[in-house]
Design a protein around this ligand. Sequence first.
Ligand code: ZN
Length: 168
Amino acid sequence: MIPLQKNTEAVRQRRLKIRATTAERLQGSTPDAEILIETFVEAREDGLPPDEALEHAWDAIPESRHPGDIASDIHDWDLVNVRELGALLAELDNACSDRGDHADNWIDHSSLPSAEIPEDIDTAYPVWAMDQDDDCLVEWGASGCSVSSLEDIRDAQHGDDCTCEYCD
Ligand SMILES: [Zn+2]
């Protein structure tokens, strides 16, 4: 058996390292290819070897998940717990601000997935979405989301003295 030359072994090790790093970093997310490639090319032009240039490029990518991945989770929300939707919306806002992007570029806030909201409810209240237990998403943010029951929202919108078919 012919022993590998030293530089060939070094190249092989470098490729293995790149492959392992890439597999690890790619888990569960789509990287920002643009940031990755630009930083990689710049680092190579600055004379870094490929493995170090790639490491450098990975580090340039924001820690937060890619907005496209989060938008896809929002689209696929299962209607079970509206707090999960609120958390995803907050995560999307955060990922977008990390990138100088805006959540509106990824989702249409006026048509979020939702259980059917009864027609007497004014969604400008605002009720962004409702889950299968009639819990409604009212607001979301970095410190958590605000959720109200459909009943509470109806009381607030119709008033105590309302005698409509929904309030009886
Ligand atoms: Zn009413």
